[in-house]
Write a new protein. Structure first.
Length: 231
């Protein structure tokens, strides 16, 4: 009988008794019907168990086959049946190896999931507080940090803090880029004037002045030929 370990089936001994039931259409091979019925019950149980479960499988099977049962649609009754299941040492060893391999795979997947979750948390931390991310890095892997690393991280820290606190400015920049990509030159200049005015209103005249330098010249003005001086 098959089990969850291909190549290592159970060895089965089946005994029992059956009887034909009165019928105008008797079956020509009632013994085959009874044996097939019993073996089907056995297979449905053993195919979900390992060779190490031989005792459990036999107990479950004999519980079902220990009472009489009529075979559906056929005039044959299985009065009782009994099975003995055995396995060999090689099957038990294969089961142990397979279970160990499954356990190691589950541990590996769990470890990968933990690494992925840590990476996601680290990404969130970098976007929200680069200095905290640096502290975490130093605490978990201090040997990977040297003077050059610290310099580069300080530069990264300042850039992230300036352009993407909590990741919102980066998102805003992308949305503004998408919004302005199809605007006309006049519309873009109007938007620049509006942003400059708002910046000036909130006490940043220097930034407002820099914003105004972003004006896009009118294409018609870019190609006006210089006039020769009148003699």
């Amino acid at each position: 009988m098959p089990n969850t370990m291909p190549g290592h089936p159970f060895t089965l001994t089946l005994t029992g008794a059956w009887e034909e039931l009165p019928s105008p259409r008797p079956h020509r091979n009632p013994d085959a019907v009874a044996i097939h019925h019993a073996l089907t019950i056995v297979r449905n149980i053993t195919s979900n168990l390992t060779p190490a479960d031989a005792v459990l499988a036999a107990a479950r099977i004999n519980t079902l086959l220990g009472q009489a049962s009529d075979i559906p649609g056929i005039p044959v009754r299985l009065i009782w049946a009994h099975v003995d299941l055995t396995t060999d040492l090689e099957a038990l060893s294969a089961t142990t190896r397979h279970q160990r391999h499954q356990h190691e795979e589950e541990q590996r997947r769990a470890e990968q999931a933990r690494h992925l979750e840590t990476a996601r948390a680290f990404q969130t931390t970098v976007m929200s507080d680069p200095s905290l991310a640096l502290a975490y890095w130093y605490a978990t892997a201090p040997h990977t940090i040297d003077e050059d690393t610290l310099t580069r991280l300080e530069q990264l820290h300042s850039q992230v803090a300036a352009y993407a606190p909590q990741g919102r400015w980066a998102l805003l920049a992308r949305l503004l880029h998408t919004f302005t990509s199809d605007l006309t030159t006049d519309a873009k200049n109007h938007l620049i004037d509006t942003m400059a005015a708002l910046t000036d209103r909130y006490g940043q005249p220097d930034i407002a002045s820099e914003i105004r330098t972003l004006h896009t010249p009118d294409p018609a003005e870019q190609h006006v030929p210089a006039q020769e001086p009148t003699p």
